[in-house]
Write a protein that binds this ligand. Structure first.
Ligand code: GAP
Length: 458
C-alpha cells in the first residue's frame, strides 16, 4: 500500500468510527485542531491511564503533579521559551499557509536540516524551486522568520504587560516551579521523579498527518531529579530508555520492528542538554519522533533560582549536602501515542479492515448482539448479559443490521470480543464469543463470560 494511501485510509477510519474529527468542522474547520469522538476519547483515556499507572502508581520514586495551564510570564522567560523557543517559520504568499521551514524542506528534500540557522534555511528554499507549497502547489515564499510558539493570554481587564500570562507550552516547567512545594510536602528523596500529564499549547503549524503535531496536545512528562555525584547519569539514561521501550512494546503492544532510537547531534541538541535521544516510530509518513529523552543537567532549576530568587535546593539524604539536582526527562505526547497505536493496529484482510489493538487499550472491550433484532426473547437475554458485563468492562450493545455488519463495525473500532445471543442460549444458557483477530468462535456458559474475558484482557 502507498504510504499516503495508508494515512488517508487511517484518517478516514478515524472519522468513520468516531476516533478523531477535524476541529470546528461545521464551521469549515480550524487548521491543526482535532476533536476526539466517543471511541477516540476512550482510547486516549486508556493510554493516559496506562502511562500514569506504569510510571507513577507502579513506582515508589515518582509522584504526580497537576499544575495550572495559565502560567506566569516569568516562568517562560526563565525557561527561555519566550526568547529562544521560536521556530523558523515561512508563509506561502499565495495561499497564506504558514509552516515550519525545517519541516517544509525535510518533507520535500528528505535532507536533515535540524540546527541550521534562518539564513541557511532561507538559502536552501531560495535555491530549490522544487520546494513548493504543500497546500496550493505554488513556489512563492516569504523569508524565513522566527515565530513565538507560546500563546499569550491577557488576564483581567487591564491590558498591558502586567496582565500578560501564557498558556503553557509544555508541562515540564510546572515540575520545576513546584520543585520546592513537592519536596516540602511529600517524603521524596533523591533520586525521584515528578510526573505530569496535561494539555499544552504551541502555536506551530504543520499541515496534515492528523494528530501528529497540533496546536493543542497532551504531553506526559517526567522530570527525574538526581545527584550527579551519587548517580551515574549514563546508567540512569539507559534505564529510562528501557522503560520507554518496554512501555511501547509490552504495555501498548506495538511492533518493535517499527521502533528505533536516534541520538541528536551536537547542532540539533539544546545547548543545556548533555545527551538527547528520540525513540522514533515508523508512522505511515516515515520514522518520526515519538518520545524524547534528554539529560537537561541542572539548567532548568538554576534558571528558576536566578529568575525567582528562591532556593530550589534539596538536602541529599546520603551526603547531607544541599544541592540543586540534575534532571533526566522522558517526554511523550499522549496524542502521538494514540496515532501510533492506531497506525500499528490498522490491518486490511480480504473482506475486512481490522484494528488489531491490544485488548487492554481497546475503546470497547466487548460487544453484545442478539442474533435477530426482531425476536424479543433474544433481545431481552442479550440486554441482560450486556447489563452484567458492563459492570466490569466497557461494553456496547448492537442490535442494528445483520450480524455480519455488526462484526464488520466492531472489527474497525477494534473491539476484541463479540458475544452473540442465539436460540441455543435460551435453551442451555451458552453464548458464542468471537475473537476479533482469529474470527474463531467458541461457545461458553454465560456465567463464565466475565471471568473468560478478564483473563483474555489481562
Ligand atoms: N519538555 C520537553 C518537551 O516538551 P518536545 O520534544 O517538544 O519536548 C515532547 O515534546 C513530546 O510531546 C514529543 O516527543 C511529542 O511526542 C509530543 N509533542 C510535541 N509537540 C507536539 C505537538 N505540537 N503536537 C502533538 N504532540 C507533540
Amino acid at each position: 500500500m502507498e504510504k499516503e494511501d495508508l494515512m488517508e485510509k487511517i484518517i478516514a477510519l478515524c472519522k468513520r468510527r468516531g476516533f478523531i474529527f477535524a476541529g470546528s468542522e461545521i464551521y469549515g474547520g480550524l487548521a491543526n485542531t482535532y476533536d476526539y469522538g466517543p471511541a477516540g476519547t476512550e482510547l486516549l483515556r486508556n493510554i493516559r491511564n496506562l502511562w500514569w499507572d506504569n510510571f507513577v502508581h507502579k513506582r515508589d520514586d515518582v509522584v504526580g503533579l497537576d499544575a495550572s495551564i495559565i502560567s506566569h510570564q516569568e516562568i517562560w522567560r526563565a525557561s527561555g521559551h519566550t526568547s529562544g523557543f521560536a521556530d523558523a517559520m515561512i508563509d506561502c504568499k499565495n495561499c497564506k499557509l504558514r509552516m515550519r521551514a525545517d519541516h517544509l524542506i525535510e518533507d520535500i528534500t528528505k535532507e536533515n536540516v535540524e540546527g541550521k540557522d534562518l539564513k541557511k534555511l532561507d538559502k536552501i528554499i531560495q535555491e530549490n524551486a522544487k520546494i513548493i507549497c504543500p497546500n496550493c502547489g505554488k513556489y512563492n515564499w516569504t523569508k524565513v522568520r522566527k515565530f513565538n510558539l507560546l500563546f499569550p493570554v491577557n488576564l483581567g481587564i487591564v491590558e498591558g504587560d502586567q496582565s500578560l500570562a501564557y498558556l503553557r507550552g509544555e508541562t515540564a516547567q510546572g515540575m520545576f516551579v513546584n520543585f520546592r512545594n513537592v519536596v516540602d510536602s511529600s517524603r521524596v528523596k533523591l533520586p525521584f521523579g515528578i510526573a505530569q500529564v496535561g494539555k499544552s499549547f504551541r502555536n506551530e503549524i504543520t499541515p496534515g498527518n492528523s494528530v501528529f503535531r497540533t496546536l493543542e496536545f497532551e504531553p506526559a512528562e517526567i522530570e527525574y531529579f538526581f545527584d550527579p555525584k551519587e548517580q551515574n547519569w549514563e546508567k540512569l539514561f539507559e534505564e529510562w530508555k528501557n522503560e520507554m521501550w518496554n512501555f511501547v512494546v509490552k504495555t501498548l503492544g506495538v511492533n518493535e520492528n517499527n521502533l528505533r532510537w536516534r541520538e541528536h547531534g551536537n547542532k540539533e541538541r539544546s545547548f543545556y542538554s548533555k545527551k538527547t535521544e528520540d525513540l522514533e516510530y515508523k508512522f505511515p509518513f516515515g520514522f518520526k519522533e515519538l518520545w524524547g529523552l534528554a539529560y537537561r543537567t541542572d539548567y532548568d532549576l538554576l534558571q528558576h533560582v536566578k529568575f525567582s530568587k528562591k532556593d530550589l535546593s534539596i538536602i541529599d539524604s546520603k551526603t547531607g549536602k544541599k544541592i540543586v539536582p540534575h534532571v533526566i526527562e522522558p517526554a511523550v505526547g499522549i496524542n502521538r501515542l494514540l496515532l501510533m497505536v492506531i497506525s500499528d493496529a490498522y490491518s486490511e484482510e480480504e473482506e475486512r479492515i481490522v484494528l488489531k489493538i491490544n485488548p487492554r487499550l481497546a475503546s470497547y472491550k466487548v460487544a453484545v448482539f442478539p442474533l435477530l433484532a426482531n425476536k424479543p426473547e433474544l433481545v431481552k437475554k442479550a440486554k441482560n448479559i450486556y447489563e452484567n458485563l458492563r459492570k466490569n468492562f466497557v461494553t456496547v450493545f448492537d442490535g442494528r443490521g445483520n450480524i455480519g455488519k455488526r462484526y464488520f463495525a466492531q472489527d474497525e473500532v477494534g473491539t476484541p470480543f463479540c458475544i452473540t445471543v442465539d436460540f441455543q442460549t435460551l435453551e442451555d444458557d451458552t453464548v458464542t464469543i468471537r475473537d476479533r483477530d482469529t474470527m474463531k468462535q467458541e461457545r461458553v456458559k454465560t456465567s463464565k463470560l466475565a471471568d473468560i474475558i478478564k483473563v483474555k484482557i489481562a
